[in-house]
Design a protein around this ligand. Structure first.
Ligand SMILES: Nc1nc2c(ncn2[C@@H]2O[C@H](COP(=O)(O)OP(=O)(O)OP(=O)(O)O)[C@@H](O)[C@H]2O)c(=O)[nH]1
Ligand SMILES: [Mg+2]
Ligand SMILES: [Zn+2]
Length: 394
C-alpha cells in the first residue's frame, strides 16, 4: 500500500520530517518554536500543541477514511486499521476542528495484529471544508480535510436552487478547494439552457457537469476531474444523488441509497457517516451526509500565505540560495544567474530535494489559483463582505 496513492504529498512529508527530527534530537527551545508553530507550515490550528512524546519517531502516518462517533478507520502503509484517539489527544483537543476528520493525516501507534491503532497527532491541514456547527454553537464542523475539489451536487428535480449552490461555491473558495458543480438527474429535465441561465445569474466561472446516474451521462466528464491521488468531497442536500454517483465511480462502494419524497423531492438523510472511497483511476472521493443548511464558516487566515511561509520554512536552504539569484522573482527553473540551479550543478543541493521543492511550489500555486477562483464580480464582493463579517464576529 503506497501512502502517495492517498495523497501523502511532499507537504505532509516535510511536516512529518520536521516533527520527527525535533522529537529526536531537537532542544526544547527549537521544539517549542517549530512544533508549536504549526501556523508557519500553513496550518490554521494556530494554537496547536507541541508534541511531548519522544516516541513520535515510532509513530506512522495514516489517513482517516471514515469517522464514526467514537472511532475512525485509517489507512497506513500496512493497510486498514480501526483507530481510537489517545487520552492525551482528547485532553488537548478543545474545539471540534481539533479532532480528525475524513481526509486528515494523523500519526498513529499501530497494532497490526489486532488491526487496531491509537491516534496521537493530527497533521496540519492543507485545506479544510467546514461549516458552522449545526447545533447552534459558535464552532466549526469540519466536513472533509485536505480536499482538492469540492463536488457540489444538486438535483435537477425540485431541489435545484442556484442560491444554495452559490453558498457552497463560496464556502469551497474559503476552504481552499476548487468548486465543481454537478447537476444530477439530468434525465428528468428537457431544457438545460433554462437551468444554465438560472445558474449563471449567480455563479459564473465554475465548471459545471450535467449528470445522470440512470443514463450514465456525464460520468466520463466527471472522471476527467477526478485524477489519481486527487481528493474530492461530494456535498449537497439529502436526496440529490451523492451516494448514487459514488457507487458509480467506485467498484468497492456499495452505499445504501433511498428514494426521495415525491411531493418536494426531499431526501431521507440516508447516509449518516463521512467515508472515503477510491475510483478505479485512483482518485479519492468522500461521501458526506446530506446537509440541511450550510452556515458559512471562515477559518480566518489566508491559507496561501500560510502555505508559502511553510514552504520557505521547510526549505530554508533553498530560500537562502534564492536571495542570491539574479532575479528577485526567480522561479529557479530556466532563468539565467539562478543560484539554486548553480547549487544543483556543483552538488551543493541534491536533485531529490530540488524536485520536492518544485513539486510543492506547484501545489501551492495551484492552491492559490483555486482560492482566487473566478466567481462573478458581485459574488466575489459579497463573499468578501461575508468573510469580513465572520472574522469580525469571531
Ligand atoms: N432520476 C434520477 N434519480 C436519481 C439519479 N441519481 C440518483 N437518483 C435517485 O435519487 C435518490 C437519492 O439518491 P441518494 O444517492 O441516496 O442521495 P444522497 O444525496 O446520497 O442522499 P443522502 O444520503 O440522504 O444525503 C435515489 O432514489 C436515487 O435512485 C439520477 O441521475 N436520476
Ligand atoms: Mg447518501
Ligand atoms: Zn533561482
Amino acid at each position: 500500500m503506497s501512502l502517495q496513492d492517498y495523497g501523502w504529498s511532499s507537504y505532509f512529508k516535510e511536516v512529518f520530517k520536521t516533527l520527527q527530527t525535533d522529537a529526536h534530537g531537537g532542544t526544547n527551545a527549537s521544539r517549542g518554536c517549530d512544533v508549536h508553530g504549526w501556523a508557519n507550515t500553513g496550518c490554521h490550528r494556530d494554537d496547536a500543541k507541541p508534541v511531548d512524546d519522544e516516541r513520535l519517531v515510532e509513530y506512522k502516518p495514516a489517513i482517516v477514511i471514515c469517522r464514526y462517533s467514537n472511532y475512525y478507520d485509517v489507512i497506513c502503509e500496512y493497510g486498514r486499521l480501526s483507530a481510537e484517539l489517545s487520552g492525551g489527544f482528547k485532553y488537548k483537543a478543545g474545539r471540534n476542528s481539533d479532532f480528525p476528520a475524513v481526509g486528515d493525516w494523523v500519526l498513529i501507534d499501530p497494532y497490526y495484529e489486532e488491526k487496531k491503532a491509537v491516534i496521537h497527532e493530527l497533521l496540519p491541514r492543507k485545506s479544510c471544508f467546514s461549516r458552522k456547527a449545526p447545533d447552534g454553537k459558535e464552532d466549526e464542523q469540519v466536513i472533509a480535510a485536505n480536499i482538492d475539489i469540492l463536488c457540489i451536487v444538486s438535483g435537477l428535480d425540485n431541489n435545484f436552487n442556484p442560491n444554495r449552490i452559490e453558498r457552497y461555491v463560496t464556502q469551497a473558495c474559503n476552504s481552499g478547494a476548487a468548486p465543481l458543480i454537478i447537476l444530477n438527474k439530468v434525465d428528468l429535465i428537457t431544457s438545460r439552457d433554462t437551468v444554465l441561465m438560472e445558474l449563471r445569474k449567480v455563479v459564473i466561472g465554475v465548471d459545471t457537469v450535467f449528470l445522470s446516474t440512470i443514463t450514465g451521462e456525464g460520468i466520463k466528464e466527471l472522471r476527467s476531474y477526478l485524477t489519481k491521488g486527487k481528493v474530492s468531497a461530494f456535498a449537497g442536500s439529502s436526496g440529490v444523488g451523492k451516494s448514487s454517483i459514488i457507487n458509480m465511480l467506485s467498484d468497492n462502494a456499495h452505499i445504501k441509497t433511498e428514494n426521495v419524497r415525491e411531493k418536494d423531492s426531499k431526501g431521507r438523510h440516508t447516509t449518516s457517516v463521512r467515508q472515503m472511497f477510491k475510483t478505479k483511476d485512483g482518485a479519492l472521493i468522500i461521501d458526506t451526509p446530506g446537509m440541511r443548511e450550510l452556515a458559512l464558516w471562515s477559518s480566518g487566515d489566508a491559507l496561501s500565505n500560510g502555505l508559502s511561509n511553510g514552504l520557505s520554512n521547510a526549505f530554508e536552504d533553498i530560500a537562502e540560495l534564492s536571495g542570491q539569484c539574479r532575479f528577485a522573482d526567480c522561479s529557479h527553473n530556466k532563468e539565467p544567474g539562478c543560484a539554486v540551479k548553480q547549487a544543483l550543478e556543483n552538488g551543493a543541493l541534491s536533485l531529490g530535494r530540488y524536485g520536492n521543492y518544485i513539486k510543492l511550489q506547484k501545489e501551492i500555486e495551484y492552491l492559490e489559483r483555486k482560492v482566487d477562483i473566478t466567481v462573478s464580480g458581485n459574488t466575489k464582493k459579497r463573499w468578501k463582505e461575508i468573510s469580513k463579517q465572520i472574522r469580525k464576529n469571531k
